[in-house]
Each structure stands twice: as structure tokens, then as C-alpha cells.
Write a protein that binds this ligand. Structure first.
Ligand SMILES: Nc1ncnc2c1ncn2[C@@H]1O[C@H](COP(=O)(O)OP(=O)(O)OP(=O)(O)O)[C@@H](O)[C@H]1O
Ligand SMILES: N[C@@H](CCO)C(=O)O
Length: 316
């Protein structure tokens, strides 16, 4: 269920009065998302129909929104294929509907990819490298809301619902990341996407056309962002890594942003940390009988974590 907040015709007409984008032709809720409410919106500006996406942020507060408005605008201006929010005639992009922060954004073309190939991985690697380079001098900072403090707290809270073995596995990964942070490695940091799974990318034919759902973005280790991508784009159903896809991803990324020496040391742990983070975020709703979220299988990420432990990863 993607539409958590229902938007009426009148709501939209009222919102659109602030913009000069045209007349409302129609709108439709989008299925598939799990964190936010999205609608496709069609407007007619006199010259023809144009497509937009209205997003209502279901978890983020108004105070948290300027970071995302500024970051997406910044990245889009630098050629990254991310949707950006339109400003109303007073220069304001951040709106409110039913008490939720709301953005009217560009609708990017393309489709989701089911069967990922090394070529898709090469393209997302290059695009993530460009995203990171473009974000390096971005002037705002944001702490991850599902980062180190969150997983330290949540891994303790959930431990009693897990087998001893799983609770220990979580604890170990949390500790190993804390040890990694203590090294004087000076790993490159900047604006990261934070959730660049393949369902957050669109391809037009075989060309990457959009990077979506930027609302997990924050300031973090750039390499951790690449680890999130590797764990989703380059895995087989049993949690093992497809070396061809991973090589394509990492080589293409490294051509845009060459790795620092210390990143070679950090990589084997960061892919484990990234697996632990999504195992944990999937475990929480899956073990909560009152959760209304669409459940994604936590086991997938437990399997990936175990594989990453069994076969340590290496950067090319
Ligand atoms: N700007 C856009 N252009 C084209 N399609 C879009 C755009 N924004 C959203 N969509 C479509 O809506 C779907 C859901 O959007 P999104 O991923 O942002 O929602 P979400 O609730 O945050 O999802 P999740 O948390 O599962 O990743 C996307 O997978 C995409 O198909
Ligand atoms: N991409 C996440 C869900 C949205 O944050 C997952 O697959 O668990």
C-alpha cells in the first residue's frame, strides 16, 4: 500500500493555485513505495500535458525537509538524474498537505529493471560516482536517521525477539563498525543516497534515466553508499555475490571517483555493515505484530551478511 494519505481533487487544485504549471488533468496514486505517499499528476500548461509526481513524506518532518529540497536541486543542477521539486511563484518548494510535507516534483521517464546485468551495474556505478562527486561540496549536512546511533539502539531493543545466534550476529556487526570508525582512516564522506536499491532506479531501454527516493540521504561514508548498492544490485537469490556484476559496478564507480588507499581496508567491513543495516530495518516491522508497513524479507539480508562474512569482499 503506497498511498497512506489520501489527496482529493480539491486538495490538489488548492495546491496548484500557488504554481504556474497549468491546469489539473488527472492524478493517480502510485503503488509500490513503502515509506511515502506518491501520486502521478498530469497538468496541462496550454501547450500540452506534462507529468509530475506529488510526494507526501510520511516519516520526515517539515524541519528535516530543507536538506532534501536543497540536495535534489543541487544534484539535478549538476546533471544527476534525480527528481527535483518545483518552486511556487514565491520561490517555495516545500508545501504541506494534510499536515504532511509535500513536494511537487519532475516525473522522470523509464521503467524498473527486473533482470540486472553487468551493464546495468556499470551504469549505476558511474552514476553513483557522479552523485558523490557532485555532492562533495554540498553545503548542508545531515545525520543518518538509520545510522550508527539508530542501529546501536535498535539492535539492543530487538535482541530479545531473536535467537541467541542472530542477536550475537547483530551485536558483532555493530561493534565492528564502531571499531572501523575509530581507525584514523579519514574515509571520504559527503552526501550519500542511503537507499539506492534497483527499485529506486529507472532505465529507459538500457540507459539509466532516474535515481529516485532520495529521502534516506545524509552525510556519510561514500563507500558505505556503494556497499548498499553492491548488496542489492550484485546479489544472487541465495545471497551470494555475482562477481561479474560487482566488478562492473566497482570498476565504473572507481573510474569516476578513484578509491583512497584506506577505502580498500574498509570495504570488507562496510559491505557487512550495509547488510546488517537492512537486515535490521526489515526485522523491526517483520517482528512487530502492529506494523502496517509492507514487509520485506529480513532473511535476504541475513543471507547476504553471512555470505559477506564467509567470503570477504575486495575492491578491484
Ligand atoms: N519522480 C518520479 N519519476 C518517475 N517515477 C517516480 C517518481 N517518484 C516516484 N516514482 C515511482 O513511484 C514509486 C515509488 O516511489 P518511491 O520509491 O519514492 O516511494 P517510497 O515509498 O519511498 O518507496 P520505498 O521506500 O519502497 O523505496 C517509484 O518506484 C517509481 O516507480
Ligand atoms: N530499500 C529498503 C526499503 C526502503 O528503505 C529495503 O529493501 O529494505
Amino acid at each position: 500500500m503506497a498511498v497512506y494519505t489520501h489527496v482529493s481533487n480539491t486538495d490538489l487544485e488548492t495546491l496548484l493555485k500557488d504554481f504556474d504549471l497549468g491546469e489539473l488533468v488527472g492524478f493517480k496514486g502510485i503503488d509500490g513505495g513503502i515509506e511515502n505517499t506518491n501520486y502521478f499528476v498530469t497538468l496541462n500548461d496550454g501547450a500540452g500535458n506534462r507529468e509530475y509526481v506529488l510526494t507526501l513524506l510520511e516519516e520526515l518532518t517539515h524541519d528535516e525537509m530543507p536538506y532534501f529540497v536543497e540536495l535534489t536541486t543541487w544534484l539535478a543542477e549538476r546533471g544527476c538524474p534525480v527528481p527535483f521539486p518545483f518552486k511556487d511563484r514565491n520561490g517555495i518548494a516545500l508545501k504541506a498537505l494534510h499536515g504532511r510535507p509535500a513536494l511537487l516534483q519532475s516525473r522522470l521517464s523509464g521503467n524498473h529493471i527486473e533482470k540486472l546485468t553487468p551493464e546495468h551495474c556499470r551504469q549505476i556505478g558511474a552514476a553513483l560516482g557522479q552523485f558523490h562527486q557532485a555532492g562533495l561540496d554540498f553545503y548542508m549536512q545531515r545525520q543518518a536517521h538509520r545510522g550508527v546511533f539508530w542501529w546501536r539502539r535498535e539492535s539492543q531493543q530487538i535482541a530479545s525477539k531473536l535467537s541467541d545466534e542472530d542477536a550475537q550476529l547483530l551485536r558483532t556487526e555493530v561493534t565492528l563498525f564502531e571499531q572501523l570508525r575509530e581507525h584514523p582512516w579519514n574515509l571520504p564522506q559527503g552526501a550519500i543516497h542511503g537507499d539506492l536499491f534497483h527499485d529506486n532506479a529507472l532505465f529507459e531501454g538500457d540507459q539509466l534515466s532516474a535515481i529516485l527516493d532520495i529521502y534516506n540521504a545524509c552525510t556519510g561514508y561514500l563507500l558505505y553508499d556503494l556497499a548498499i548498492v553492491a548488496n542489492d544490485w550484485c546479489v544472487n537469490p541465495d545471497g551470494s555475490i555475482d562477481p561479474q556484476r560487482e566488478q562492473a559496478l566497482l570498476t565504473a564507480y572507481g573510474e569516476v571517483r578513484p578509491f583512497d588507499d584506506n577505502e580498500y581496508l574498509a570495504w570488507p567491513q562496510l559491505v557487512r555493515t550495509a547488510a546488517m543495516r537492512f537486515w535490521l530495518s526489515r526485522l523491526i516491522p517483520a517482528l512487530d505484530p502492529n506494523s502496517t508497513q509492507k514487509i520485506k524479507d529480513p532473511e535476504e539480508f541475513r543471507r547476504i551478511l553471512l555470505q559477506r562474512i564467509k567470503t570477504p569482499a575486495a575492491l578491484p
